[in-house]
Design a protein around this ligand. Structure first.
Ligand code: MG
Length: 164
């Protein structure tokens, strides 16, 4: 097996959507970025690429490339899973942690898990999404940004686990 870790931060600003785990979450601030700035999906993709030693999302989806302006991070995640499959890896499980002071994320976590299950072709019980505050401390506590960590396990594709 292979383990991977990813970490990402995006700044909170007015006039942007707040997309986390592919869920459009009502909030007066959103995350700034070239794509949809889905910080937790970015941490997940970096964990997946890291586990396979395939670089990071900046290598595969450069933010200077206009092709990725406003890109759906969930669709990029689907491409990362395909890259892993081509390299002979399948995802075992994922564990994600979002660090945000506001808004309350718990009501949105079931939909995030469903989104990842659909895009990654995994059972929901292999997908963990957690959220925590940092008790008002630091940049997440001051609501200047949202951070996320991702940890994943990859397994070699088994015999018979061919394309498809
Ligand atoms: Mg990012």
């Amino acid at each position: 097996m292979r383990i991977g870790h990813g970490y990402d931060v995006h700044r909170l600003v007015p006039g942007r959507k707040l997309i986390l785990g592919g869920v459009d979450i009502p909030h007066h601030l959103g995350l700034l970025g070239h794509s949809d700035a889905d910080v937790v999906t970015h941490a997940l993709m970096d964990a997946l690429l890291g586990a396979a030693a395939l670089g990071d999302i900046g290598v595969h989806f450069p933010d200077q490339d206009p092709a990725y302006a406003g890109a759906s991070s969930l669709s990029l995640l689907g491409r990362v899973v395909e890259l892993l499959r081509q390299a002979g890896w399948q995802v075992g499980n994922i564990d994600l942690t979002i660090l945000a002071q506001q808004p309350k994320l718990r009501p949105h976590i079931p939909q995030m898990r469903q989104n990842y299950a659909r895009v990654m072709g995994l059972p929901v019980d292999c997908i963990s999404v957690k959220a925590t505050t940092e008790e008002g401390l630091g940049f997440t506590g001051r609501e200047q940004g949202i951070a996320a960590h991702g940890v994943v396990l990859l397994q070699p594709l088994g015999p018979g686990a061919g394309p498809g």
